[in-house]
Design a protein around this ligand. Structure first.
Ligand SMILES: [Zn+2]
Length: 211
């Protein structure tokens, strides 16, 4: 049974690889952001608590997130699962291993992309002022949207600042998981520098070796 944790920095393409892996292995997938929103929608007691944090712009406390993950895992204990962006901290990873109300992962897939390359991705992002499409511009630095001809606008300064904040947070809190899972013999490191297809080919090959 597969119980997989997917780790990667912001802008590493983790979300895309997660969807592709989900399709490949047909596993229920937990993203904590989505889980929090769903709980709010359902209007449960926990949901009301979550909403009070989200609406005030505060971080949802770890204990609350752990409670939600625990409930989710209990519902999916027979099928295996895929976790997107969780655990985010060493304390959370340790809880999955040792606390019997959780399940331990069988594999941790870590996407590695150098920081300068991630920043390059952010800097080349544009948003169409007309249709809202997000595109990545090439070296020719095109000015108009391929879909509608609208003007492409950059939010690179805001986005870079936001990225650096999230990346620093990731380096401090999540990077230690690499060593933790390596020590447990569960770490699969993937070079995330290529195209989405190239990266997924390596992941796919792990599950379905081609030769
Ligand atoms: Zn457009």
């Amino acid at each position: 049974m597969h119980r997989i944790v997917l780790i990667g920095p912001p802008a590493s393409g983790k979300g895309t690889q997660c969807r592709r892996l989900q399709n490949l292995l047909n596993l229920p997938t937990l993203g904590t952001g989505k889980l929090l929103r769903k709980e709010v929608e359902l209007g449960t007691q926990l949901g009301l608590e979550v909403e009070s944090y989200l609406s005030s712009g505060a971080y949802v406390p770890d204990a609350l997130i752990m409670e939600l993950v625990k409930n989710w895992m209990a519902r999916h204990s027979e099928s295996g699962w895929l976790l997107d962006g969780f655990p985010r901290t060493l304390a959370q990873a340790e809880a999955l291993e040792v606390d019997v109300s959780f399940q331990a992962p069988t594999l941790a897939i870590a996407l590695e992309v150098p920081q300068h390359e991630l920043e390059q991705r952010i800097a080349s992002r544009r948003e169409c002022a007309d249709c809202g499409a997000t595109v990545s511009v090439g070296p020719s630095n095109e000015k108009n949207c391929k879909e509608c001809g609208g003007l492409l606008e950059s939010r690179a300064d805001d986005d870079l600042e936001n990225f650096r904040r999230r990346f620093a947070n990731y380096s401090e809190l999540t990077q230690p998981l690499f060593d933790y899972y390596a020590a447990n013999g569960k770490l699969l490191t993937i070079n995330g520098s290529g195209t989405s297809d190239e990266v997924f080919a390596v992941i796919n090959n792990h599950f379905h070796p081609s030769g």
